[in-house]
Design a protein around this ligand. Structure first.
Ligand code: GRF
Length: 187
């Protein structure tokens, strides 16, 4: 049976696009049922609308607390009934209560080879450390940031002259392959 996938974004949404493009394959055991953004101007929303995927905005700036925002998110997701929730550049920390309610169903893609470099500025930190490789990780979401069980990882080389920007571009190409592959594996 086709798994129902909700994708949460905050911006460009290139990983969301990669997931949705992969799900167009006839043999992919999942379908996108909702793209939800906390930012009204997220570029990724246009792709969802153009592809007939329900797109919803829950603007976090309209909520007084993280708990209130997460309650609205929970309402939207409960109505959509996803089997899997993919965070794809969703730049909000989720409350423990929300994460626990959806435990085992939420995955995220993070631009480092976890457990190295949880949090932000991962590429600059890898460059500063003199690492010879970087990469990305798909992992289950748990209350602690970027700490859940790993579903899959993909490494890329760090090349002489790399900047955070060039490394970001190389890692993102790997993300677009890894995330759909991990989703397929979980389905
Ligand atoms: C990606 O680098 C992902 O690893 C991180 O946020 C970025 C999202 O990019 N979580 P995009 O919006 O999917 O293009």
């Amino acid at each position: 049976m086709s798994q129902r996938v909700a994708i949460l974004i905050s911006g460009r949404g290139s990983n969301m696009r990669a997931l949705c493009e992969a799900m167009k394959a006839a043999d992919f055991p999942a379908e996108p049922i909702l793209v939800l953004s906390n930012r009204p101007d997220a570029a990724g929303l246009d792709y969802a609308r153009a592809n007939g995927i329900p797109a919803q905005i829950i603007d976090h700036t309209r909520f007084e607390s993280r708990e209130a925002f997460d309650a609205a998110l929970d309402d939207a997701l409960s109505a959509a009934r996803p089997d899997i929730i993919c965070l794809a550049g969703f730049m909000r920390l989720l409350t423990a209560g929300f994460v626990e309610k959806w435990a085992g169903k939420i995955i995220n893609i993070h631009p480092s080879l976890l457990p190295k470099y949880p949090g932000l500025k991962t590429h600059q930190r890898a460059l500063d450390a003199g690492d010879t490789e970087a990469g990305c990780t798909v992992h289950y979401v748990v209350p602690e940031t970027d700490a859940g069980e790993i579903v899959g990882q993909s490494a890329v080389p760090i090349l002489p002259g790399d900047t955070a920007e060039t490394l970001d571009a190389r890692v993102r190409e790997a993300e677009h392959i890894l995330y759909p592959a991990c989703l397929r594996k979980l389905c």
